[in-house]
Design a protein around this ligand. Structure first.
Ligand code: DGL
Length: 263
């Protein structure tokens, strides 16, 4: 059973790819809608939430944890791996970095993300360690998560804000842009339009799904709870007005939300 969590809707962009590539594995998703957004909170708070979310998914029977959130992936992974040392964790930052490295030609890479992710400087450290010639330009985009959770996926206001966030990165001549928040693929079209055709977008969902597939192939004992219909079980910490509607639209299937209280 694969346990996946995020602060809200964002992690569903990873769920969708896992459903595509591994439809027979049971997925249990937790969206922490009562405490979203994570990306404006301190690393300490985000780490505390991540520990609680992991415990919840493990209690529900998860054998693998997918941290489908850059804000958690950039701050809490060392603590999670230490506390739950026998659990395999998959995060979203390293696969994004690897994919960007493959795509860039001029070595100028942009990243947009929450304040927590950008301020963690995780991408700066990772790129510096693998290729010091990479020039990384970071831009916090704090307004995007609330707009997406609010369902403003196509509004002109959202387009204008995306445009404003991308101007400084475009001025630097980037050829690759990391979507450093799992919410952003939900407005990928707008981001691509405002970035322009020459900038390639990095969404690591597909790579993560493939990594998990390979991992299960070499650890077949993890794949005992197969489900023929691949119906994911989706938990949230609060029933928010748009979650169900956007989740159904995005995943292209009917879902039933279950509300839980972690505190
Ligand atoms: N989707 C998450 C991320 O990738 C969380 C965004 C938030 O809650 O601020 O960072």
């Amino acid at each position: 059973m694969i346990g996946i969590f995020d602060s809200g809707l964002g992690g569903l962009t990873v769920v969708k790819e896992i459903l595509n590539k591994l439809p027979q594995y049971k997925i249990i998703y937790f969206g922490d809608t009562a405490r979203t957004p994570y990306g404006t909170k301190s690393a300490e708070t985000v780490t505390r939430y991540a520990i609680e979310n992991t415990k919840f998914l493990l209690e529900k029977g998860a054998k693998i944890i997918v941290v489908a959130c850059h804000s958690v992936s950039s701050t809490a992974i060392p603590v999670l791996k230490e506390l739950f040392s026998d659990i395999p964790f998959f995060e979203v930052v390293t696969p994004s970095m690897k994919k960007a490295l493959k795509l860039t030609k001029n070595k100028k890479i942009g990243v947009i993300g929450t304040r927590t992710t950008i301020e963690s400087k995780i991408y700066d450290r990772l790129f510096a360690s693998v290729d010091p010639k990479i020039k990384l330009y970071s831009q916090p985009a704090p307004l995007l998560v609330p707009l997406i959770e609010e369902g403003w996926l196509k509004k002109p206001e959202t387009r204008r804000i995306v445009k404003k966030y991308l101007i400084p990165l475009k001025m630097r001549g980037i050829d690759t842009l990391i979507l450093g928040c799992t919410h952003y693929p939900l407005i990928k079209k707008i981001i691509q339009e405002k970035a322009g055709k020459r900038i390639k977008l990095v969404d690591p969902s597909e790579e993560i799904a493939l990594e998990i597939k390979n991992f299960i192939e070499i650890n077949p004992e993890l794949a005992k709870d197969l489900v023929p219909d691949g119906e994911p079980e989706i938990f949230v910490s609060d029933i928010t007005p748009n979650f169900e509607k956007i989740a159904q639209l995005f995943l292209g299937r009917k879902i039933t939300l279950k509300k839980i209280n972690l505190e």
